[in-house]
Design a protein around this ligand. Structure first.
Ligand SMILES: *Cc1c(COP(=O)(O)O)cnc(C)c1O
Length: 402
């Protein structure tokens, strides 16, 4: 093993890191399942899992072993060669998603870039010169130029003009606004939405998942691609493998990333139906996409999610957390929303400081998004006992705060 010991971080000392993140002054050196540990051994219950990434918990032994064994065997050869683990990972992902073709990338934004390119190719083939894509207000699709242009958050876009002008924005959950846009813009070729908006505040559509069915109908009517961004909602997070599986529809294009590698950086863009075959040889690529190691991780993560019945667990334990929060906070002015292990507690006021209070007083890791929404993204295989522990601390935290 390594004999390098890192000096502890001194918060006042200048660092060479670009200051793109507002970091908390704490670091974790070890994790196990739903828990994180600091150097001195203090244990924290993790209801954030690296922002919906480590769905199976930290340092999962099966995944750790797959990574170690593959790293010691063969990490990367390039897509100039056949990669049996990539073929097997695609087979698994097709099985759980119902999609047909899969392209592996390294991140959420890169997956959405792939989707946007597919939409443009689709439009071009229809003879649309400047294809447009409908996106939602409060959406988040990533930080690259195309995906930040698609994102419905001014803070993400500020100072990065010129943005792409491909996108037409409608309120999330508003089908009428989509119909209106269709009348005004004959050059629309696709719609890109999140089934539940994550960064935007765990926003569910007012009509629930039937919004997706309504969008599917409109896409069929106008011959648009229905593209779902399941970077955050995918991989069991909402109590189905993919959130659209709460309905009977299938999108034409599907993107995912976060939970796909349980912390190993991987992503995927998937197609079925009329989106199949749009990207052919030479039209897209990614050096690191679907490496031997990354592909083995994807395969192992999906296999482990299946063997542990983690998706069913997310549905049952997530439902329990939501029900308990609604019951125990019934006398407070809060709204609890979400599905599975993707839960938001809308508070009546901004509450960013709850992150530090939860961490320091309750040894609990949570996130606050959209100013006033406590966001919970616990491991999808969290046990009932851990959920009870989480609830006890959360209810006390919010009761004390309001
Ligand atoms: C996190 C996220 C992205 C961006 O993923 P990166 O891996 O950070 O590029 C895109 N869409 C949604 C819905 C996300 O939650």
């Amino acid at each position: 093993m390594t004999d390098i010991t890192l000096a502890p971080i001194q918060p006042d000392q200048p660092s060479h890191l670009m200051a793109t993140y507002g970091r908390q002054a704490i670091s974790f050196v070890r994790g196990r399942g739903a828990y994180l540990y600091t150097e001195d051994g203090t244990e924290y219950l993790d209801a954030l899992t690296g922002i919906a990434v480590c769905g199976l918990g930290h340092a999962h032994p099966v995944i750790a072993e797959a990574i170690a064994e593959q790293a010691a065997t063969l990490v990367h050869t390039s897509n100039l060669f056949e990669i049996p683990w990539q073929t097997a990972a695609a087979q698994k992902l097709a099985e759980v998603s119902g999609m047909e073709e899969i392209f592996f990338s390294n991140s959420g934004a890169e997956s959405n870039e792939g989707a946007i390119k597919i939409a443009r190719k689709f439009g071009t083939q229809q003879g649309v010169r400047l294809p447009k894509i409908i996106v939602a207000e409060q959406s988040f699709h990533g930080r690259t130029l195309a995906t930040l242009s698609a994102t419905g958050n001014k803070k993400v876009q500020d100072g990065f003009a010129p943005l792409l002008n491909d996108f037409i924005r409608v309120p999330f959950g508003d089908v009428h606004a989509i119909q209106e846009a269709a009348l005004q813009h004959p050059d629309i070729v696709a719609i890109l939405i999140e089934p539940i908006q994550g960064e935007g505040g765990i926003n569910t559509a007012p009509q629930g998942f039937s919004y997706l069915e309504e969008v599917r109908n409109i896409c069929n009517q106008h011959n648009w691609l229905m593209m779902l961004d399941e970077i955050q909602t995918g991989n069991g997070r909402t109590g189905k493998y993919f959130a659209y599986q709460h309905t009977n529809i299938v999108p034409d294009v599907l993107t995912t990333a976060k939970g796909l590698g349980n912390g190993f950086p991987v992503g995927a863009v998937m197609t079925q139906g009329k989106a199949v075959g749009l990207l052919g040889p030479g039209s897209h690529g990614s050096t690191y996409g679907g490496t031997v190691l990354g592909s083995r991780v994807v395969y192992t993560v999906i296999d482990t999610i299946q063997k542990e019945n983690a998706v069913e667990n997310a549905a049952v334990v997530g439902r329990y957390i939501v029900d308990q929060l609604r019951a125990q906070l019934a006398d407070k002015n809060v709204q609890v929303r979400g599905f599975g292990m993707m839960i938001g507690i809308q508070l009546p006021k901004d509450c960013a400081e709850l992150v530090a209070i939860a961490r320091d007083q309750h040894k609990l890791i949570i996130n606050v998004t959209a100013g006033s929404v406590v966001r919970l993204l616990p491991p999808i295989n969290m046990t009932q006992a851990q959920a009870d522990d989480l609830l006890e601390h959360l209810v006390a935290l919010i009761n004390n705060y309001l």
